[in-house]
Each structure stands twice: as structure tokens, then as C-alpha cells.
Write a protein that binds this ligand. Structure first.
Ligand code: HEM
Ligand code: FES
Length: 350
């Protein structure tokens, strides 16, 4: 373990993140309800409840879309990295918003004394063979169950208990949940509500998730194809100022391990991209409190020598660096873990 473990407890970054998240969700829901109320004043209580069903439903859909966009966005541009850190909180809040959508839906039936109708709708088996009239709520139920499973296993305890591979596999089910929600809306409200806003939300959300995954996937493949080293065995990385401050660029030799080249002000250091904890992608992390901080669970390592700060003992392989003709170069042959290898960059190159 390392002092980075603090990052999974409450810290300032996390509080700011959660504060902004909660404020954005509250603003969206209140804004949606106010505009909807103004455009279509409710005639009765069920109509008013329906506004909340829609406000929470669309909010949960947009949140799911953003969660799925965060990964590829952070890969494409390190400015999005802060969004990656507390993606788990984002996920748990999405479950809560979706659960409130369902709560208002149940309330809609209850205020009309109609709850048995819901059970009937879900158990009218011939409807499952229809396209128009399919019990779309069941797709929502399946999606909500997946979100519940993910929210309830989001704590580190479950990560350790289930093993990272199983945990990651489980959390890939988010894509299934997203697909179910798209179908829930496409077979549900889109069939009886003639407005271009719903197809726009579905096509925009699904399209942007698919497109960004394709672009990021292509970029990843390019990194893995690797950069051929020069005759002297060095790989050109980039001019110092092209390495984002407090973040990294990732390179690899063909067929070699990924290397994360971080810049912390004038200091540049290269370490393996694999975190000693559970192989998290360090190069997608940031420098926090002077240490490279893993984006998965916050383990930390000194940039200078790849060692976790005391009292922790993890050590990462480092790589030799140099600046030649204004370009940072890395030697892809790793040094023994914990070897000091960072260099200082002349200020006029930044
Ligand atoms: C992850 C879970 C869920 C998400 C993200 C979700 C999302 C949505 C969205 C985006 C809409 C369209 C709202 C609009 O455009 O106005 C919607 C409609 C609806 N959802 Fe869900 N839903 C979920 C689960 C459920 C469940 C479990 C049920 C019921 C058992 C349900 C019942 C409904 C109903 C009845 C509507 C139509 C509301 C209306 O006609 O005004 N949803 N949902
Ligand atoms: S802190 Fe867990 S993988 Fe890096």
C-alpha cells in the first residue's frame, strides 16, 4: 500500500468533484422540471409526477453517457483526467438518480391506485413478442439492477475481494446497462411521444459514446504499435513543453511495455505505465502532492525514482531520459525498480 491510498478517502479534490457533480445534477433536474412545467403545465397530480419521472430519467441517461465518455476522453486529452478520478462516485450517483426515476414512476401508479396494473403490464407475456407495445419497463429494470450491482460493489473492499479482473469484468456490464436503457427509451416513450428531442438524445448519446471509443481505440493501437528506437536505442517522445504539466505522455517500443513520461514543472521522469498495485494505467494519472498518482486507486510514486513515499515500499522500474535537439528521448530498457532517473529541463524549453 502507499500513502496514495488516502485518495480513496475524502480529500479536497474529491469533495470539490462531488460538490460540482451534485450541483450539476440538481441544476439539471430543477431546470428540466421548471422548463417542462412552463411549457406543459400539469393538469393533475399524475401529470406533475410525470415531469419528475422524465427529469430523473433523462438525467440518469445523460449521466450514463458521460460516464462512458470519460474513459476515452481522458485517453484523448489529459484535461479530462480529473473526471476519471471519482468516476465511482459518478456511478453511484447515477444509480441514485435512476432509482428516483423509478420511485416517481411507482408513485405515478400509486396516486392513481393503479399499482396492480404495473404488475399486469410486466406479466402480459404475449406483449414480449411485440415491437410496439413491448413491456419496455422490464429493460429499465434490468438496467437498474446492473447499476445497483455496480454501485454496491464499487468500494475497494469488493475490488480486493473479487479480484481486479472479475471486478473490471463486472463493471464492463455498464455497457450492457447503457444498451438496455437505449432500448428502454426507444421501445418506450419514443413510440408514443412524437418529439425530435428523444431520438436526438438517443442518437447523440449512443453516437458520441461509439465514436469516441473508436477514436481512442485507434490512438491506443498506435501507442502499442510502438515507436522504433533510433540506432542508439532511444525513442523520441516530444519537446518538453508538449508533455502536459503534472501529467504524462505514453510511449512504447514496438512490442515493448508502455512507458509513462511525466512532467512536474521542470522535472521530467519516465516510469513504467503499470501501477504496482493492480496494473492501473499510471500514465493516465496525474501528479498530486508531488507524486505520480494512479488513476485507479490513488497509489503514489515519486517521479524522481519511482518509489512510493515512506512508509510504503513499492518501487517501479524507471527509464533513462535525455533531451536531444529540443526533444525528450527515453531509453526503453528499464532500470532496476527505484533507480533515480528523472532529469531537469532547462526553463527556456518550457
Ligand atoms: C437505469 C435505469 C433507467 C434509466 C437510465 C431510465 C431512463 C429513462 C429515460 C431517459 C426515459 C425517457 C424520458 C423522457 O425522455 O422524457 C425513461 C422513461 C420511462 N421510464 Fe425509465 N429508466 C430507467 C429505469 C426504469 C425502470 C426500472 C422503470 C420501471 C420499472 C422505468 C420506467 C419508465 C417509464 C414509465 C418511462 C416513461 C415516462 C413517461 O411516459 O413520461 N424506467 N426512462
Ligand atoms: S492504485 Fe490500484 S492499480 Fe494503481
Amino acid at each position: 500500500m502507499s500513502v496514495g491510498f488516502r485518495a480513496v478517502q475524502w480529500n479536497r479534490d474529491k469533495l470539490v468533484y462531488d460538490g460540482i457533480l451534485l450541483a450539476a445534477v440538481a441544476l439539471y433536474i430543477v431546470g428540466f422540471a421548471a422548463i417542462y412545467w412552463w411549457l406543459h403545465p400539469p393538469k393533475n397530480l399524475p401529470d406533475a409526477i410525470d415531469i419528475w419521472i422524465r427529469a430523473f430519467g433523462t438525467c440518469a441517461f445523460l449521466m450514463l453517457t458521460v460516464i462512458l465518455l470519460i474513459g476515452p476522453l481522458a485517453r484523448l486529452n489529459p484535461r479530462f483526467l480529473p473526471l476519471l478520478y471519482n468516476r465511482r462516485h459518478f456511478g453511484v450517483l447515477t444509480f441514485c438518480v435512476a432509482a428516483l426515476h423509478v420511485w416517481f414512476m411507482l408513485d405515478w401508479y400509486m396516486v392513481q391506485g393503479n399499482l396492480p396494473n404495473l404488475a399486469r403490464e410486466l406479466t402480459t407475456w404475449p406483449d414480449y413478442a411485440k415491437f410496439i407495445g413491448f413491456p419496455f419497463k422490464v429493460l429499465g429494470i434490468a438496467a437498474l439492477l446492473i447499476l445497483f450491482l455496480m454501485a454496491s460493489t464499487s468500494h475497494d473492499f469488493w475490488l480486493m475481494f473479487l479480484s481486479p479482473r472479475v471486478w473490471k469484468g463486472l463493471h464492463m456490464a455498464l455497457y450492457v446497462a447503457y444498451g438496455l436503457v437505449v432500448m428502454h427509451v426507444a421501445l418506450g416513450i419514443m413510440q408514443y411521444e412524437r418529439t425530435w428531442l428523444i431520438p436526438l438524445m438517443l442518437v447523440g448519446g449512443f453516437g458520441s459514446v461509439a465514436a469516441l471509443h473508436l477514436v481512442a481505440g485507434r490512438r491506443e493501437r498506435k501507442v502499442d504499435e510502438g515507436t522504433v528506437p533510433t540506432d542508439e536505442g532511444w525513442i523520441a517522445v516530444a519537446p518538453p513543453r508538449a508533455i502536459p504539466d503534472k501529467a504524462a505522455l505514453i510511449v512504447a517500443a514496438p512490442g515493448g511495455e508502455r512507458i509513462a513520461i511525466f512532467r512536474d514543472g521542470e522535472q521530467i521522469g519516465a516510469i513504467t505505465n503499470l501501477c504496482a498495485h493492480q496494473n492501473g494505467p499510471l500514465g493516465e494519472g496525474r501528479i498530486i502532492d508531488g507524486c505520480v498518482t494512479c488513476p485507479w486507486h490513488g497509489y503514489q510514486y515519486r517521479l524522481a525514482d519511482g518509489c512510493a513515499p515512506p512508509p510504503f515500499t513499492e518501487k517501479l522500474a524507471t527509464y533513462p531520459l535525455r533531451i536531444k535537439n529540443g526533444v525528450v528521448e527515453v531509453n526503453p530498457r528499464p532500470l532496476p525498480p527505484g533507480t533515480p532517473a528523472a532529469i531537469a529541463c532547462p526553463r527556456d524549453m518550457l
